[in-house]
Design a protein around this ligand. Structure first.
Ligand code: UDP
Length: 252
């Protein structure tokens, strides 16, 4: 049973509810999967439970190395308590290996190692299909300040280095990922912290030995076994123990 409480925002894969105290929110992970700007939709039973757990694990580990983020604690199978932030309307993508839209845009075969990690910014705007933007657009339209862009880029590279190692240690290649940031205010000052989620919905994760995809591309490209692949990521990270009933669904 979920108690009635105020819904702050509903997105494609998550709902935000008001939190128990000021400055907090509850982030609820749904089973809904969408791709291609929500033209493709499905319910993947258990996805929310797995992503809640994986994102908890990743955010906790990032916090332990000093990458400040919105995660406070997991509340139950589908919900986590988070700090309320003012979301910066940008998706920050970090890429190590060519795939997806980069491969299409630049004609690079998927799987081509990039000469170095590349950071890109996309404007969060569903109506426009999240267009790629340059730093010039970001500062001209005041989506973020120059200092905030610098902070986001530095944090994105730390996240990339740490997660590449973490996944690499369990035989998974971190091909690319998307993160989001938010502002927290302290008096007259604001600080940028990591927000949203980090899960197989927002990363490309390939089995290092076989190149098998263990991420949302299984849904986007109708490869099947989506939940099994997400579960495999959780299992390799060693966080499957308390999730035995995930696939049976009906968990709230
Ligand atoms: N991504 C995401 N949300 C988006 C767009 C991209 O989480 O709205 C992630 C995607 O899963 C991949 C990375 O960002 O890990 C780069 O995605 P890309 O630009 O290649 O776009 P796509 O091929 O997903 O359209």
């Amino acid at each position: 049973m979920t108690t009635r409480r105020k819904k702050i925002y509903e997105g494609k894969a998550k709902i935000l509810y008001e939190g128990p105290e000021p400055g907090t929110l509850i982030q609820y992970f749904k089973d809904d999967a969408t791709a291609f700007n929500a033209q493709k939709k499905a319910i993947l039973e258990g996805k929310g439970v797995i992503n809640n757990r994986i994102s908890e694990y990743v955010m906790t580990r990032l916090n332990s190395i000093g990458v400040q983020n919105h995660f406070i604690r997991r509340l139950n199978l589908r919900e986590q308590l988070i700090k309320e932030v003012e979301i910066i309307p940008l998706e920050v993508v970090v890429r190590n290996v060519a795939a997806g839209s980069l491969s299409t845009r630049l004609g690079l075969a998927e799987g081509t190692a990039l000469p170095r990690s590349i950071i890109e910014f996309y404007l969060k705007d569903d109506k426009l299909g999240d267009p790629m933007v340059a730093e010039e657009h970001i500062t001209a339209f005041n989506w973020a300040a120059t200092q905030e862009i610098d902070d986001m880029m530095a944090m994105a590279l730390r996240v990339n280095d740490y997660l590449s190692g973490m996944f690499g240690a369990v035989g998974i290649t971190l091909v690319d990922f998307k993160i989001e940031f938010g502002r927290v205010y302290e008096g007259d000052f604001s600080r940028v912290i990591l927000a949203d989620e980090i899960s197989p919905d927002s990363c490309r994760l390939w089995d290092t030995a076989t190149n098998e995809k263990l991420d949302k591309d299984r849904f986007r490209r109708d490869l099947g076994n989506v939940i099994e692949s997400y579960t495999e990521v959780a299992r390799r990270l060693g966080i499957m123990k308390e999730m035995p009933t995930v696939i049976q669904g009906g968990v709230h």
